[in-house]
Design a protein around this ligand. Structure first.
Ligand SMILES: *[C@@H]1O[C@H](CO)[C@@H](O)[C@H](O)[C@H]1NC(C)=O
Ligand SMILES: *[C@@H]1O[C@H](CO)[C@@H](O)[C@H](O)[C@H]1NC(C)=O
Ligand SMILES: *[C@@H]1O[C@H](CO)[C@@H](O)[C@H](O)[C@H]1NC(C)=O
Ligand SMILES: *[C@@H]1O[C@H](CO)[C@@H](O)[C@H](O)[C@H]1NC(C)=O
Ligand SMILES: *[C@@H]1O[C@H](CO)[C@@H](O)[C@H](O)[C@H]1NC(C)=O
Ligand SMILES: *[C@@H]1O[C@H](CO)[C@@H](O)[C@H](O)[C@H]1NC(C)=O
Ligand SMILES: *[C@@H]1O[C@H](CO)[C@@H](O)[C@H](O)[C@H]1NC(C)=O
Ligand SMILES: *[C@@H]1O[C@H](CO)[C@@H](O)[C@H](O)[C@H]1NC(C)=O
Ligand SMILES: *[C@@H]1O[C@H](CO)[C@@H](O)[C@H](O)[C@H]1NC(C)=O
Ligand SMILES: *[C@@H]1O[C@H](CO)[C@@H](O)[C@H](O)[C@H]1NC(C)=O
Ligand SMILES: *[C@@H]1O[C@H](CO)[C@@H](O)[C@H](O)[C@H]1NC(C)=O
Ligand SMILES: CC(=O)N[C@H]1CO[C@H](CO)[C@@H](O)[C@@H]1O
Ligand SMILES: [Cu+2]
Length: 565
């Protein structure tokens, strides 16, 4: 027993939870720093990992264990989430501040163990405290195991492309300001592709992101939407693309001339370099079903190799209207699991627990809070909720409170369906807009087959909500505009080849149904991946109880867990 106790934790983890014999341990050091960057003709100090934003790309193989030694040398606390990694039995390393851990303070250090299991494809990592993820993020590439290959011809090369955002202001001030004044946050000053705004923004042309391709070859692009508050369209001028994966799960090949991608989501696609050798823009633009969030088009350049005179002016691809919900939803609805012999689907065919969650942006009269001076002309402040509950995060972590049985941190009464039923997508009466608040969790038995229907509401006009679940992937079995009808819609569910995702955009004033098996014991956050919505309270927490046997029990905490005091 003593010998076992002094084994390094990583080896214990490997023994317990990484089944593959050929799995490797890979190590990275991440130093959080305050770094000055010159962009858009101005100097701005931002938080970076190893001086870079986007930070380092982590490359691993399926089933590996990746150890990230995080050293905080910045003047700001941090936590990091390994977005889409299920971390079987180890919520301790999942990252969301005050849900599964307390922040790593300046001068402190924490070793994250990224426990990979069945994920294969593209994921990413990002800060998961306050608004730090604006600049603290990077790609996580998970290759097939040795001797295995992609379910498509081997590409000539592959490139991560992260869509990001740039504020000239201090991002924490942007956050504090909108939370204090009750309005919308300030918009960023630019969108980015791999950290660069591209030719169409001032002082940016010389740094535009470029890739070189050879005519006749095929390339794999790993697209990640890392931005804070917008779903994006993405296009490559003159080219169609073939989508082959999303959220580290392969999809049936899908030919398209555009992509819709939610914050949090990843899309792997193939580009066939089959056009006249030249230079072509890859470009992205906001999709926004509510409000005007348009602020430019970030570009990168695909440069064909060879002898030709490149054009002086490249054509910017035509985009849909920024508010074209039909186009945005049509792309997402075409995604299907590969569902072949080597990549079978495992959709729960029966349901043990049916959940129905409304997603709302809310308002609250400012005069009820004398310490608030609100900027909105309506005299109210914006909030957001799931089933009419605005999440209040505690000052310790929910996981800590669960594991050490600390009373008074959370209650176990998160509603399984709305307490008050109304026409969710119809006219909204003013007595519905002010939510309740609380730190309520929903407790599930181990191995429960869950069906969860997200219903967008028309409170404050309605908007899309890219919902993200930690600790699990889920199958997206149905989605449509309007109110969900339990007598009609389940008959049309796709239980054959639905896409397996970790983030799904619930359309504006529409619904989306997902299914998953709650087989990962621990504490798992679920929230909207629009940063302003989660800051306003659009999130909730699942506690999944231990099952029978060691492999169905949550692991104890690592010894270097940051203290909550
Ligand atoms: C940015 O900072 C550098 C080094 O401090 C300085 O040389 C440069 O002039 C600054 N640029 C701008 C645009 O302020
Ligand atoms: C660190 O941050 C605090 C609070 O934001 C600030 O008061 C202090 O001046 C900062 N220190 C340095 C060295 O930047
Ligand atoms: C937000 O925008 C307003 C209006 O442009 C500006 O006055 C304010 O300083 C900005 N806030 C931050 C934190 O940059
Ligand atoms: C009142 O507003 C302040 C500032 O936004 C906030 O910190 C505080 O939690 C609010 N109090 C209540 C009771 O809502
Ligand atoms: C892209 O696909 C569409 C049909 O889906 C087709 O009409 C178009 O010609 C294709 N474009 C290229 C460049 O292959
Ligand atoms: C390139 O674009 C600029 C600005 O739109 C325009 O003035 C110029 O004539 C264009 N050149 C060519 C070769 O099209
Ligand atoms: C999109 O916005 C335009 C103008 O901004 C408006 O005319 C149009 O009705 C909107 N379309 C949808 C589908 O809301
Ligand atoms: C806010 O509350 C005050 C006091 O109860 C009331 O006079 C005012 O009409 C309310 N405002 C709104 C927008 O509901
Ligand atoms: C809900 O509201 C929508 C939009 O106003 C309306 O079309 C629909 O008939 C309403 N549904 C019910 C059941 O009242
Ligand atoms: C809100 O007001 C409407 C009438 O304006 C009423 O029918 C409804 O029951 C009220 N709902 C609640 C939750 O008080
Ligand atoms: C949310 O809860 C508040 C407080 O109980 C209530 O006034 C409001 O009508 C509820 N709204 C909805 C949409 O259920
Ligand atoms: C922090 C906060 O807003 N707490 C409120 C939560 O809701 C209850 C009931 O409406 C209020 O009493 C609290 O002040
Ligand atoms: Cu949202």
């Amino acid at each position: 027993m003593k010998v076992f106790m002094i084994l390094p934790l990583a080896i214990v983890v490997l023994l317990c939870s990484v089944p593959a014999t050929d799995a490797a341990i890979r190590s990275y050091t991440f130093v959080l720093e305050d770094t000055v960057y010159t962009k858009l003709c101005e100097n701005t100090t931002i938080l970076t990992i190893n001086g870079q934003s986007p930070g380092p790309t982590i490359v691993a193989k399926k089933g590996d264990l990746v150890i990230v030694d995080l050293i905080n040398r910045a003047n700001h606390s941090i936590t990091i989430h390994w977005h889409g990694v299920k971390m079987p039995r180890y919520p301790w390393w999942d990252g969301p501040e005050f849900v599964t851990q307390c922040p790593i303070k300046p001068g402190q250090r924490f070793k994250y163990n990224i426990v990979l299991s069945d994920e294969e494809g593209t994921l990413w990592w990002h800060a998961h405290n306050d608004w730090s993820r604006a600049t603290v993020y990077g790609a996580l590439v998970i290759l097939p195991k040795d001797g295995q290959s992609y379910p498509f011809p081997k590409p000539a090369d592959e490139f991560p492309v992260l869509i990001g955002e740039w504020w000239k202001a201090d991002i924490q001030e942007v956050m504090e300001e909108f939370l204090a004044n009750g309005g919308d946050p300030n918009n960023s000053d630019a969108f980015l592709l791999n950290g660069q705004p591209g030719d169409l923004y001032p002082c940016s042309k010389q740094d535009t992101f470029k890739v070189t391709v050879e005519f006749g070859k095929t390339y794999l692009f790993r697209l990640v939407n890392s931005i804070m508050n917008n779903i994006m369209f993405f296009k490559i001028a003159n080219h169609n693309i073939t989508v082959v994966g999303s959220d580290a799960s392969y999809t049936k090949p899908l030919n398209s001339d555009y992509i819709t991608i939610s914050p949090g989501q990843t899309i792997d696609f193939l580009l066939h370099a089959n056009q006249i050798p030249s230079h072509y823009y890859m470009a992205s633009r906001v999709y926004a079903s509510s409000g005007i969030f348009d602020r430019g088009i970030p570009t990168g350049i695909i440069e064909y190799a060879g002898n030709y005179t490149p054009p002086t002016n490249l054509t910017v691809p035509d985009f849909f209207e920024f508010n074209d919900t039909g186009a945005a939803v049509a792309f997402t609805n075409q995604l299907k699991s590969l569902a072949d012999k080597k990549h079978p689907v495992d959709v729960p065919q029966t349901v043990d627990k049916s959940l129905f969650f409304t997603l709302s942006v809310n308002t609250r009269n400012c005069s009820s809070n004398s310490s608030t001076s609100c900027v909105r002309s309506e005299g109210d402040r914006l909030l957001a909720s799931v089933n009419n509950i605005t999440l209040l995060l505690p000052h310790t972590s929910i996981l800590n409170a669960y594991y050490y049985k600390i009373p008074g941190v959370y209650t176990k009464d998160f509603p399984e369906s709305p307490l008050y039923k109304f026409n969710y997508t119809g006219e909204i009466t003013s007595n519905l807009t002010d939510p309740q608040n609380g730190t309520r969790v929903l407790v599930l038995e181990h191995n429960t087959n869950v069906e969860l229907v997200f219903q967008g509401t028309n409170i404050v006009g309605g908007i899309d909500h890219p919902m993200h679940l930690h600790g699990h992937s889920f199958y997206v079995v149905g989605s449509d505009l309007g109110n969900f009808n339990p007598d009609i819609h389940p008959k049309n569910y796709n239980l054959k080849d639905p896409p397996l995702m970790e983030t799904i955009a619930v359309p504006r004033n529409g619904w989306t149904a997902i299914r998953f098996k709650a087989n990962n014991p621990g504490v798992w956050f679920m929230h909207c991946h629009f940063e302003r919505h989660v800051s306003w309270g659009m999130g909730m927490t699942f506690i999944i109880k231990n099952g029978k046997g060691g492999k169905a029990r949550m692991a104890p905490p690592p010894r270097d867990m940051p203290k909550c005091t």
